[in-house]
Design a protein around this ligand. Structure first.
Ligand code: CUA
Length: 403
């Protein structure tokens, strides 16, 4: 491990202390000089002002000394900057997504969390973006602060060190929830981190196949809703005819078990027409057991409805609870408590109307909050249209359970 890089924190501190120290010394020098001049050159003691014309020694000193000081500041700043920007090649990579007003951390195996869990004594690289407006990832303990920008990837890194908890605070004003947009970095021993990471909780909740589909990264390129990401969508693909290119020739094949298996283990052999041959082969990295479960998920034979997704977790993960309490108190938006089936007054198209907050209303309020804002609230909620159906269902059920 390169010591310079691990010492990014101390490099930043060195630059800070140097600039701060120089500033203090200069402040004292100027103050003392001012006081001395007040005493020595006031009108009583020095009635006739002298006219000094050129002083080579003084001029040389006040040009050379500040130049050296600024050059030294630059040097300390530059080495600290390099340490902050050069993430070690063996860094553990975590994806960070900021949104109003919460953080989501995604790990290489697809697991997500709203606190940043990291293994101890490991360089951690954060690849960051934002969903809505500019936020800023600020972890003072590690001396890092980096903006997260919609439509753009930024990064930062830090060396996790010993197990402990540290603060993360959004450092870019992003709306009414900005001040509460905070979470924690939790550094845990490496073996504990591994156990935590592999306990995805997904397997029992959403079906093993779906969890594996995410874990192997399939979901990064193949949608299940018909949209095209990188590869063909796998929606309803089972037993459909697809046109593939084999050795430069087009051929129509049936997407049955054998075809799906071959396409996962050796994708280059028959690439679906219109797509690039970019998928890596999974022959050596995916045990047959996992393969069968993924195919089961693609076929749709796996019980999709029976997700039993935990609504409370969805509410926490999506940041709902940052603005909506569950105990009747008002944070930013209306409390979830007793919301379901209550009569509420909303503003719709500029008119105030009475409605019942039933399931349909709550779903539309999550997807398009601006359409009907509860009277007395300011409509600052961003639309949440990216929830899966299962998560939405669980969330609405959860809200309904808060009587
Ligand atoms: Cu996010 Cu301020």
């Amino acid at each position: 491990m390169n010591n310079d890089l691990v010492n990014a924190v101390s490099q930043v501190d060195t630059a800070f202390k140097f600039i701060f120290g120089v500033s203090i010394v200069i402040l004292l020098l100027i103050t003392v000089t001012i006081l001395y001049f007040l005493y020595r050159y006031n009108k009583k003691r020095n009635p006739v002002p002298s006219d000094i014309d050129g002083n080579m020694v003084a001029e040389t000193i006040w040009i050379v000394v500040p130049c050296l000081i600024v050059a030294a500041m630059f040097w300390y700043g530059w080495t600290g900057y390099k340490a902050l920007r050069n993430a070690p090649a063996d860094s553990y990579q975590i994806k960070v997504t900021a949104r109003m007003w919460s953080w989501t951390f995604a790990y290489p195996n697809g697991k997500t969390s709203d606190k940043l869990y990291v293994p101890a004594n490991t360089p951690i690289k954060l690849d960051m973006t934002a969903k809505d407006v500019i936020h800023s990832f600020f972890a003072p303990a590690f001396r890092i602060k980096m903006d997260t920008v919609p439509g753009m990837q930024t990064y930062t890194w830090f060396y996790s060190g010993r197990p402990a908890e540290y603060d993360i605070q959004c450092a870019e004003y992003c709306g009414v929830g900005h001040s509460r947009m905070m979470t924690k970095i939790v550094v845990v021993p490496q073996d504990k981190f591994k156990a935590w990471l592999n306990d995805t909780g997904l397997a029992s909740k959403t079906g093993e196949g779906q969890a594996l589909f995410k874990k192997y990264g399939c979901a990064d390129c193949h949608s299940m809703d018909g949209s095209v990401i990188m590869g063909p969508s796998l929606k309803d693909i089972y037993n459909k005819d697809v046109v593939v290119v084999i050795n430069g020739k087009e051929k129509t094949v049936k997407a049955d078990d054998a075809y799906l298996k071959a396409s996962i283990y050796d994708p280059a052999a028959d690439v679906v027409k219109g797509f690039d041959n970019v998928m890596p082969p999974f022959k050596d990295s995916m045990p047959e057991k996992d393969l069968m479960q993924i195919i089961g998920y693609i076929k749709g034979t796996e019980a999709k409805a029976n997700t039993g997704a935990d609504g409370a977790k969805v509410a926490e993960r999506e940041g709902c609870l940052g603005c909506h309490s569950t105990d009747g108190s008002v944070i930013v938006g209306p409390s979830f408590k007793g919301l379901m089936d209550r009569k509420v007054e909303v503003t719709k198209n500029g008119k105030k109307i009475q409605i019942t907050a039933d399931e349909a209303y709550i779903i539309s309020s999550i997807k398009t909050p601006q359409e009907d804002i509860v009277v007395g609230f300011d409509g600052s909620m961003p639309p949440y249209d990216g929830l899966t159906e299962a998560d939405m269902k669980a969330l609405v059920e959860y809200i309904g359970s808060l009587k």
